[in-house]
Design a protein around this ligand. Structure first.
Ligand SMILES: Cc1cc2nc3c(=O)[nH]c(=O)nc-3n(C[C@H](O)[C@H](O)[C@H](O)COP(=O)(O)O)c2cc1C
Length: 185
């Protein structure tokens, strides 16, 4: 059997990589991963923090997301996009942000922040979506605590919106051609 035959039958591998500080984005990444594992096509999904050690080699698709802090994606996600822009040239990419502490992410069109736009552009992402964020009542840090005190706390993540994005990604990926040739095991 040729390598090409083996490759075309193996499940496609998806990496969901995220950067966050207080757990909300990590959980969104887990939810995306969980939903992607239950698509009609049996994808093999890994969810991992976008650290310096994270190697995206061998994946057919990458979903990269970050929490928004003061209008920006967090550094690990920005660095991941910059560091791996060449590695991911033949990989399908989608991106997401987690941020707004109100229902704006589900009720209106959110302007993509500059850093999310830049990272998405770098990776040739097929789409980007902003999800609502979460600020827990016991959030750490002076600014976060002040935001909670002034009534900005709460969980604004919408599971249906997150599942919908996973379904969109899964649906698109299942009809997109394989671009990545796995290395022999
Ligand atoms: C200090 C601080 C600054 C924030 N800045 C923004 C921002 O500029 N834009 C935004 O949409 N959300 C902002 N948020 C909301 C966070 O992005 C949101 O809480 C997010 O879900 C946190 O994700 P994490 O738990 O993974 O860190 C901010 C939150 C804090 C505490």
């Amino acid at each position: 059997m040729s390598t090409a035959d083996t490759t075309s039958r193996s499940p496609r591998r998806i990496l969901v990589a995220y950067a966050g500080r207080a757990g909300a984005t990590a959980e969104i990444a887990e939810w995306l991963g969980e939903r992607l594992r239950h698509q009609a096509e049996p994808f093999e999904v890994t969810v991992a923090e976008a650290s310096d050690d994270l190697d995206p080699t061998g994946y057919d698709a990458v979903v990269l997301g970050s929490a928004l802090y003061e209008g920006h994606w967090l550094r690990p996600a920005r660095h991941f996009a910059r560091r791996h822009r060449h590695d991911l040239a033949d990989v399908w990419v989608w991106t997401f942000s987690s941020g707004p502490l109100d229902d704006s992410a589900t009720t209106r069109e959110i302007t993509v922040t500059h850093s999310a736009e830049r990272a998405s552009h770098r990776l040739g992402a097929r789409d980007h979506l902003t999800f609502g964020g979460r600020l827990a009542p016991d959030a750490q840090g002076w600014l976060a605590h002040t935001m909670v005190e002034s009534g900005h706390g709460g969980d604004f993540r919408d599971r249906d919106q997150i599942d919908g994005y996973a379904d969109q990604i899964g649906g698109e990926l299942s009809v997109l051609p394989r671009r990545h040739r796995h290395r022999a095991a």
